[in-house]
Design a protein. Structure first.
Length: 313
């Protein structure tokens, strides 16, 4: 690939100018190509911090090697949107996003590689943000390097808007914001905890519906830390129903009927659904907005809570 450094590149570093000339590639990948001698300036290999004059000929040798080693698997995907640059997926509960220890197969990444083998050259098969295994709902997948670099930058700049529906134990008086830093739990590596010195994290929540001993909340993130909503709501005293890590056990309202008791006892995952996703298309600039209805188990839990509240009036 060839380009000419613009006049305003004068005095800037080579790696910075290269990132501007080829925005479809991440800075880390461009840095690796510079070190490997695959990025040249007027035909010569130079250091990343080489000072530019402006007007130089830039040559980049692109090698599209595989970025993931997961195997393709024919797993059904619910695709909400598809174009040449990205996919929007409605993930069901129970589907792991990334392969890991104990989950080398049967993941969203395996499914994506079967759907589009070209995703093998995109980091993480194009997945730019994740949902926990038992959280349902919307996530965006980049289909090429240009879209991936742009979406990662948008995510870091908080330009991808995500909204969640959550059913919690307890009944908040009103909504609010939880501003509490998160870090790995000091004793349990699978959990996160509110800890001084952790990464900044802020969650906004609003009460949509109140029941006798539970509530339906709308949650929005300013940051996207691992388990953020789950940890923050538990920290505030309103853990998510069914959450095996932070839920605090079964909570039944006084005199709960058989239907509600059975439904709550049978709900074995965190009651969290990524219902809304909105962002600017990384290529066209069009604003994209998507909504996904919650899965049946989430909807059935809401029906049982509503029926219990009505019966108690």
């Amino acid at each position: 690939m060839h380009a000419v450094a613009p006049p305003e590149a004068a005095g800037r570093r080579f790696d910075q100018v290269l990132a501007g000339l080829f925005p479809e590639y991440s800075r880390s990948r461009l840095a690796a190509w510079i070190k490997a001698g695959k990025a040249k300036l007027d035909g010569a290999v130079v250091a990343p911090r080489h000072a530019m004059r402006g007007g130089e000929q830039v040559e980049l040798i692109v090698t599209e090697e595989a970025q993931v080693d997961a195997a393709p698997e024919p797993i059904a995907l619910k695709i909400v949107h598809e174009d040449a640059d990205l996919l929007v997926i409605d993930k069901p509960p129970g589907l792991v996003v990334h392969p890991g220890a104990g989950n080398r197969a049967g993941t969203l990444q395996n499914a994506l590689l079967h759907f589009d083998p070209q995703l093998a050259i995109v980091p993480r098969a194009g997945i730019v943000h994740r949902l926990d295994k038992d959280t349902s709902g919307l996530l965006v997948v980049a289909r090429n390097l240009r879209a991936h670099a742009a979406l990662v930058a948008m995510l870091a700049a908080r330009e991808i808007h995500r909204r969640y529906a959550a059913i919690v134990n307890g009944v908040p008086v009103a909504g609010g914001a939880i501003d509490a830093p998160l870090a790995r739990h000091p004793q349990d590596r699978l959990r996160r905890a509110v800890r001084d010195g952790g990464k900044p994290a802020r969650t906004h929540y609003r009460v949509r519906e109140k029941f006798r001993a539970h509530a339906l909340l709308q949650c929005e993130l300013e940051s996207g830390r691992t388990h953020q909503i789950r940890v923050h709501m538990a920290h505030a005293g309103y853990p998510l129903v069914g959450d095996p890590l932070y839920g605090g056990g079964l909570k039944l309202p006084r005199g709960a009927g058989a239907r509600l008791s059975e439904t709550l006892r049978g709900f074995k995952r965190q009651a969290l659904h990524a219902e809304h996703l909105e962002f600017m298309h990384p290529v066209s600039g069009e604003t994209l907005s998507f909504d996904a209805k919650p899965p049946e188990d989430f909807s059935e839990l809401l029906r049982a809570l509503r029926n219990d509240a009505e019966a108690a009036q």
